[in-house]
Write a protein that binds this ligand. Structure first.
Ligand SMILES: [Zn+2]
Length: 331
């Protein structure tokens, strides 16, 4: 990401229309595709594909759009703001770091719809709705071709939830593309663009709330992932996590590094950085249990089905409703 686009973000509240046009033009040149929910793909896919998703984001009339960079394969990366542009407090929601985890992406859209209807007056919410667009497009192409593939990384084979600066540790991962960190923190353009944007936001406002949306396990996760010790604001995280659990249902609360003692260290995670660099209360939600259907064991062989419930749009909207007060700073 170049410094010019940073400067644009700093002044974007004055002239936010430029990138709205850019997004509209970008969508216009994407090939028209039948909505996935209307396709016969072997199982119901009630999710938005790339063009449909961007079109629906674009239709949020309170939203301000910013192109913050480009992916490895050259896809635009977007940041979407809703709420008072000059608010002293900022919340951040990131989705799609792991590209097969579409329920997290639908949940982010659900949150944006809620914010759009009722924008905060004393807070700005910044969404990074599709952190890994190349991976997302690969997943969509696989679905349309009925290929059962698991996509975890970006086009460089890097897990974008191991590439953040805090507690970064270079690792190739156990299996190609699984937990591979990349050669250095922010080596990947997708993570670098988000971190640069957040750094810029944090110069002008108090970035105090951060939510990252993932897919599988019904979990509310808190920092740290990279070290054993407790997070700086453990009590605050626990309080938020317990309230979210009351709202979400049977979810498990964990500190990532203590999930499986000695085994579950995750270096270079987003929530560690969001908490360390900006002192945000940083929560990662694994949105659903995972669709492990005992009656249809064949679903287990389909990674998309394992990671995403069937009724994605409706589930995403429901989870969003439960998470909304946290994102609005009301917890
Ligand atoms: Zn994930």
């Amino acid at each position: 990401m170049d410094r010019h686009s940073n400067a644009e973000i700093a002044t974007s509240s004055v002239a936010p229309t430029e990138d709205l046009k850019l997004l509209a033009e970008f969508i216009e040149q994407l090939p028209e595709a039948q909505p996935l929910s209307d396709c016969s793909l072997g199982f119901p896919v009630q999710y938005r594909g790339y063009r449909e998703l961007l079109t629906d984001w674009l239709a949020l009339e309170s939203a301000r759009f910013h192109k913050i960079g480009t992916s490895v394969a050259g896809e635009p990366l977007w940041m979407v703001e809703i709420g008072n542009p000059k608010a002293p407090n900022v919340s951040v929601a990131i989705s799609g770091l792991h590209p097969i985890e579409w329920i997290g992406i639908e949940t982010a859209y659900g949150l944006a719809r809620l914010e759009n209807k009722n924008p905060s007056e004393n807070r700005k919410v910044c969404f990074f709705p599709l952190a890994n667009p190349d991976g997302f497009r690969d997943v969509e192409a696989n679905l349309r071709a009925r290929k059962r593939r698991w996509v975890r990384s970006n086009r460089n084979g890097v897990d974008l939830n191991r590439n953040w600066p805090t507690h970064f540790r270079a690792s190739r991962g156990l299996v190609a593309g699984h937990n591979a960190s990349g050669p250095a923190a922010c080596s990947e353009p997708e993570v670098a663009a988000i971190v640069d944007t957040l750094d810029e936001i944090a110069k002008h406002a108090n970035l105090d709330i951060a939510l990252s949306l993932h897919s599988i396990g019904n979990m509310i996760l808190m920092p740290w992932g990279g070290v054993w010790k407790s997070p700086v604001a453990r009590e605050q995280h626990m309080r938020v996590a317990r309230t979210l659990k009351e709202r979400l249902g049977p979810y498990t609360i964990r500190q990532v590094s203590r999930w499986v003692p000695g085994v579950s260290f995750a270096h270079g995670m987003e929530i560690d950085h969001l908490h360390q660099a900006y002192e945000a209360t940083a929560i990662l939600v694994e949105c659903t249990r995972g669709e492990v259907d005992a009656l249809r064991p064949s679903a287990l062989l389909n990674p998309f089905r394992v990671f995403n419930p069937q009724n994605g749009r409706e589930r995403g909207a429901r989870i969003a409703k439960a998470l909304e007060p946290f994102l609005r700073g009301e917890l």
